[in-house]
Write a protein that binds this ligand. Sequence first.
Ligand code: FES
Length: 297
Amino acid sequence: MPAPFIDRVIRRQGWLEGVGDFVQAAVRRSYRALGPLGPGLRDLLHGSRGLGHPLHPALTDLPLGAWTAGVVMDYVAHFTTAIGPQAGDIALAIGLVTSLPAIASGLTDSQDTYGHERRANMLHGLTMTLAVLLMAASLGLRWWAGFGLHPLAVGISTAGLIVAMAGMYVGGHLTFAMGTMVNRSAFLSGPADFVSLGASGDFPEGTLRRVDAGGLPVLVVRRGGQLYAMGAVCSHAGGPLEAGELNGTVVTCPWHGSRFDVRSGSVRRGPATFGQPRLIVKEAGGMAEAKLEHPLQ
Ligand code: FES
């Protein structure tokens, strides 16, 4: 089966690598410049804290909805007297203002992409940037050049909306075809009833051990004598948590530094936005057993 057309196009765009280097370095520098505020803001824009879901797709609904409404109202105002031309202008302005946090969250998520996925991400970002510039140019024409140029401004915002739809298509491809920012635990299954993890002695204090529990890769950690277990495959991009670092009850993923609390599986730091599946552990007769706290599907 041939690769989808969009993938064949992206693979030919070697120049996107340079764009990716530039953008990722600029975003890293910006977060470093924010000092102690950087990690918290980064987590907020990923959606790692509280939301339990990436923030970017929720934020993009605001500008795209406003721009779509604005262009529709432009044409209604042009062909009827039902509304005035200012309705479209205001919707366009709302779209531009609400695009700013969407851009910030998209740039933050783009930090942890590589290779083909990163090229697609850069194409998505560049396309959406062009859409924003077209919308800004249209708004500028409306407000500073007078009503005589209004039809031209409507034409530019229409072009902006078409470009934005192309960018949305690439963004959808990133998520649905490449799995960017999707929950890597979503397709796993695990034990609904207690299954053996091994002998209690296999899990000494303060070590990270990966075992199979009813088909689910599980990370087992003993802390303060208590045994904890959670999914071993990082929910962000599939990193092996048993190769990470343990500090207290917090495990840091070796790939992009997401942190999870082994007691609950919850995210302590992004880029992960989904927690790890937690297992209930019991020890008896020198053996350890576990089962999922909640079904995975
Ligand atoms: S795979 Fe990205 S933080 Fe774990």
